[in-house]
Each structure stands twice: as structure tokens, then as C-alpha cells.
Ligand binder design. Structure first.
Ligand code: SF4
Length: 299
């Protein structure tokens, strides 16, 4: 495909992605992306990465770049070199990247910001230390809070990812996760339902225990329950309601709305449309009853 096609239709900001390293040495039990990268962490040199960024910017006109590495900040020195090379070449680009709460610090965030970083993505996943340990996440809740605080203090945006339905997690612990998302208060939060992708340890365990509902990969969307949750004391429907509750509690906070609504005209339009549909539903019920009453007594 020609590079000129690497744009999102109707987007004012031409955006594109780049992968600069493969593999992640951590072994979170649910993670599929780290298992697709082969054996051992490998990365491209800073100069090679910035050569490609130069092409994306100068020949394709991209001004917003997303680094799609599992953990862009795994090699802190290289990450800082990339940012400094972007700056040295005067590339007018803004970019986002994924990090891990224990591979980041304020000094590095500031260096990255000087090279155009606008948002860091953190996979938080759970608000309970017990569940983080079940996932083999190998981070502490204090690290999570510290990383979000440091990122905010450096004036860089945050995106937090949270997950529900890990085997063994209780409904109370899921609510702790929602509470942590509100407490961390990232600019964007992404909530999902555990999806046991093939080759992950959690997939193998659940399959061996006969707890997978389906292997229809079309249903492995991270939004649909895939596990027989009755074995853990609650239903798939309950889990879906927790997901909805999380989105509602995070995005419909007056503080959040006041801070971000101006940036999201689409959100405003969606909320207005939702409100209008609900209003129509509410109004149509008494009108329908009146109509039924009229029909009953007039016929
Ligand atoms: S979730 Fe992140 S830290 Fe964990 S294995 Fe996957 S890429 Fe690595």
C-alpha cells in the first residue's frame, strides 16, 4: 500500500504507527502480545527508528505517531536516545507509547516529552494486589500510583488499561479496580474482560480445566466473557454489568466531564443522543398507555 494511504479517513491529524522492538521479558499470565514476539528482547537502534519517523513525517505527512512496542521504555537509554534524536532532527511530531509502571521515572518522562511524547499507556489491570499477583504482573500498587503521579506532574497524558474477570478475582476486587481507575484518574481509561488468548498460560490452564465456553475466535473480543464464570461464583451477565459500570463510573464523573468534554464533541453528541432516546422512551410509555386506554374505552 502506498505510504500516502497511511491515514485515518476524516482525521484532521494524519496518524501512523511504528514498531521499534519485539518481545517483553515479563511473563504476565494473560498476555498474548509478548508471546508473539519470539525469543528474547530485540530492538532497533535509535538512528534507524528516527530514519523511519523522518520518512513517515516528511514523505507521508504524519504528525501523530504511536509506538506499538510492548514496552517502549523497557530500554530506557534507547528510549531517551530516540527522543533526543527526534529533537535534534527537528521533527515536528507528537507521539504516544506504552510503558510499564516499573520501567519509567520522572527524568525519563521529561526527556521523552522534550522529543514530542504526549501520552503514556500503562496496563494497570487490577486494583487488588492479590489479583495482580495471580496474574504474575510483578508490580506493586504503590508503583502504579507513583507512575501515574509522576507522569501527570511532567505534563504528559495517561491512558490506563483495566481488566475484569481474571479467574479467582471476586466481584469486590473488580470494584476495587474501578475505584483505582477513578483514583488514578488517567485522561483515558480502557476497560476489558479477560480474554484467554491461545498460547498464554491462562488459556492453557482454563482449557485443561474445561472452563472455556468457546474457541470461536470471533468472540475473543476482550468485551465478551469467554470463561464459564459460574465456576467462580458469578455469571457472565454479571461480569458484563461490571464492565458497563466501570465505563459509567469513570467517564460520567462530573469532574471528568467538566475537564474533557470540550475535547470530545463526539462524546457530547453521543450522550445527547442517548439522553434523547431515553427521553423518547420515557415519554412514549404514558402516551402508549393513554392510547391503549382510549382504544379500550372507545371500541
Ligand atoms: S502485559 Fe505487558 S508487561 Fe506483561 S508480558 Fe505483556 S507486554 Fe510484558
Amino acid at each position: 500500500m502506498p505510504f500516502s494511504q497511511y491515514t485515518v479517513r476524516d482525521r484532521k491529524t494524519p496518524i501512523g504507527g511504528i514498531i521499534t522492538s519485539r518481545e517483553c521479558p515479563f511473563a504476565c499470565e494473560y498476555c498474548s502480545s509478548s508471546r508473539m514476539g519470539g525469543i528474547g528482547f530485540r530492538c532497533r537502534s535509535a538512528a534507524n527508528v528516527v530514519d523511519e519517523l523522518t520518512i513517515l513525517h516528511e514523505e507521508c505527512g504524519l504528525t501523530q505517531i504511536e509506538f506499538l512496542d510492548d514496552i517502549f521504555t523497557l530500554n530506557k537509554r534507547r528510549a531517551a536516545q530516540i527522543a533526543s534524536e527526534i529533537r535534534r532532527r527537528g521533527l515536528d511530531i507528537s507521539w504516544s507509547a506504552s510503558s510499564r509502571v516499573d520501567t519509567i521515572d520522572k527524568g525519563l518522562i521529561l526527556k521523552l516529552k522534550r522529543g514530542g511524547l504526549n501520552t503514556l499507556y500503562y496496563g494497570v489491570e487490577a486494583g487488588s494486589q492479590r489479583v495482580l499477583d495471580l496474574m504474575n504482573k510483578r508490580v506493586k500498587l504503590e508503583h502504579i500510583k507513583h507512575a501515574f503521579r509522576a507522569t501527570r506532574e511532567c505534563g504528559v497524558g495517561t491512558l490506563g488499561s483495566f481488566m475484569f474477570g481474571y479467574p479467582g478475582e471476586t466481584l469486590g476486587e473488580m470494584r476495587q479496580t474501578i475505584g483505582l481507575s477513578v483514583q488514578l484518574n488517567p485522561d483515558l481509561a480502557q476497560f476489558s474482560i479477560l480474554t484467554p488468548f491461545p498460547r498464554t498460560p491462562i488459556y492453557q490452564r482454563l482449557k485443561a480445566a474445561g472452563l472455556l465456553m468457546t474457541e470461536d475466535w470471533d468472540r475473543y473480543t476482550v468485551l465478551e466473557p469467554i470463561i464459564r464464570y459460574e465456576a467462580f461464583g458469578y455469571s457472565a451477565e454479571k461480569l458484563k454489568s461490571i464492565l458497563t459500570e466501570a465505563y459509567r463510573r469513570f467517564y460520567l464523573r462530573p469532574y471528568y466531564l467538566a475537564k474533557h468534554l470540550g475535547e470530545f464533541p463526539l462524546v457530547l453528541w453521543t450522550l445527547f443522543r442517548e439522553f434523547y432516546i431515553r427521553l423518547q422512551e420515557q415519554l412514549s410509555r404514558p402516551i402508549a398507555s393513554l392510547h391503549a386506554l382510549k382504544m379500550r374505552y372507545c371500541c
